[in-house]
Each structure stands twice: as structure tokens, then as C-alpha cells.
Design a protein around this ligand. Sequence first.
Ligand code: B12
Ligand code: SF4
Ligand code: SF4
Length: 232
Amino acid sequence: MIVNARMSLPDLAEVLAAAGLLLRGGFHPEPVDEVPALAAGEPVGTLLLVGNAGSDLWRTAAALIEDGVANPLDRYVERVIGDLARRVEARALFPFHGPPYLPFQRWAQRAEAVAPSPIGLLIHPDYGLWHAYRGAFAFSARLDLPSFMSRPSPCVTCSAKPCLSACPVDAFKPASYDVPACVGHVESPAGVDCRGEGCRARRACPVGADYRYLPAHAAFHMRAFVRAHRKV
Ligand code: B12
Ligand code: SF4
Ligand code: SF4
């Protein structure tokens, strides 16, 4: 499993892991995947996704991210993935560049065993809802990839679906998410729990409890989410 003359896929995974990041799988894009072309219109032969599960990224990056910088975690990730992309001769793509945003959640379902949960986030059989995507490497070559193991979504056998009843303002309706109601609650005095510990609906899910974000990590994302909503 060779990425380029300088690095194998396991080497790439190791360098990412040292930075708190995980190689999340990959696929060979078709036109329907809407992966942007490389320089000079060359199609992408392989897309590898990078992300995090649990609070490892937070533990690694918290000490390195710069005070007073806007979106410090995104800047950290851009630096790490951008530097590596140059080394492996790939184009770096990021989920937070936009709008328009790149369809990372759609790509993730092509790359690994994740599926949409009733609250919009993708669920992973091991990590539950405690994971995210941070970037991707787009290669012109069609690299050899380990075969994709399909696994059933934990939501299929979860009859109680506590994620759907845990939100104090009932922000999750079938097929929609009431962002203003959520943000209104998170910013209110009653929203101290969601603000400090993270989304209650997400925390109600029993899957991947070992990967649950640390309170400081969850609170960091909730602050970023409220700020981002103000811009959407
Ligand atoms: C814009 C955006 C938002 C907006 C949403 C605006 C809206 N009206 O829905 C806001 C700022 C509100 C938001 C909030 C959050 N987001 Co957001 N968001 C995005 C972003 C940047 C773009 C989404 C998009 O438009 N994609 C373009 C379309 C074309 O892509 P697509 O894959 O085909 O579309 C999928 C999504 O739209 C998704 N979807 C539909 N409804 C919902 C509802 C929710 C709650 C989510 C998360 C997704 C979702 O279903 C589509 C099909 O798969 C993505 C990153 C990305 N590039 O995808 C992250 C992303 C979807 N967000 C993510 C997360 C984690 C969150 C938060 C939980 C952050 C937090 N607090 O920790 C919150 C959710 C609120 C909460 N209660 O905690 C993750 C989801 C990871 C996962 N496991 O699936 C993503 C992928 C970013 C990442 N770094 O991984 N987000
Ligand atoms: S609580 Fe159940 S339905 Fe909701 S995300 Fe978790 S496993 Fe899926
Ligand atoms: S953060 Fe709180 S208010 Fe927003 S969706 Fe989650 S549980 Fe509901």
C-alpha cells in the first residue's frame, strides 16, 4: 500500500496519529461524488479522508493552538494536513472551506462504515457520534486501498432512540434540525449543560461511550458552533 515514493499508507497513518488525527478510509471517486478536480482539470483517482475520534486531537492540539487566533483548530489541521499533502503530492481539501461546502458526509459514507443517525450526524459502529472529519488528500493516482468492511448502523437495532427525546427544545424533527431553536437554547441561562458538556442529544446515545468528548473539548466545539451559526 504505497502512497508515493516517499510514503506508504501505514506511514501516513502513523504521522497523522502523532498529530492526533486518524486516517478514516478512502475511495476511488466517480463523477457523482463531486470531488473537485486537481490542477489543470485532472480527475482525482483516490480520495483519503482524515478525521478524529474521541478527544485525542483535542489533547494533542490544545497545547499547540494559538490564543486569540480565529478557528484555531481549523488552522492547526490546515497546517498538519497541508504540510503532509505537499510531502505525498496530493491536494488538501477541508470540510470547513466554503460555502459552498464540500460534501464530506457523503464522501465519508463511501470511505468507511458510517451511516446517518436520526440527528444528522453520521454514526460509526465503534466511535458512535464522537468523531468528525478534518480534511482529505486528493491524489491523481488510483492507489491500492484496503477493502471496505460494511457494518450495520447501530441505529437500526436501537429501538428507544434516546437521541431523539433528549433535546430540551426538541430541535431534531424527522429530516430537519431547528438550528435557531438549538442556538437560542445553548446561549440562554438554561443552556449551561449543552454549552459546558456538549449537545445533550449526542450524549444520550449509548454507542461509543469510550470516545465521548472531554467537557473542555465539547465546550470548545459548542462555542465554535454558535459562532459559525451566526455566519451561516
Ligand atoms: C454548515 C455546517 C453546519 C451548520 C448547519 C447549518 C444547517 N442549517 O444545517 C451549523 C453551523 C449549524 C453546524 C452545526 C454542527 N455541526 Co456541522 N457542518 C456544517 C458543514 C461545514 C457543511 C454542511 C453542508 O452544507 N454540506 C454540504 C452538503 C452538500 O454535503 P453533504 O455531505 O452532501 O450533506 C450532508 C449534511 O448536510 C447532512 N445533514 C443534514 N442535516 C444535518 C443535521 C446535522 C446536525 C448535521 C451535523 C448534518 C446534517 O446530511 C447531508 C447528507 O449526508 C459540515 C462539513 C462539510 N463540509 O460537510 C459540518 C458537519 C456536518 N458538522 C459537523 C458537526 C459535528 C456539527 C456539530 C455537532 C458541531 C458541534 N457542536 O460539535 C453542530 C451540530 C449542532 C449541535 N447540536 O451540536 C460534522 C459532522 C460529523 C459527523 N459525525 O457526521 C461535519 C461533517 C463537520 C466535521 N468536521 O466533521 N454545522
Ligand atoms: S441513540 Fe440510538 S438511534 Fe440515536 S444515534 Fe444513538 S444508536 Fe442511533
Ligand atoms: S445542543 Fe442542546 S439544544 Fe442544541 S440540539 Fe443539542 S440538546 Fe438540543
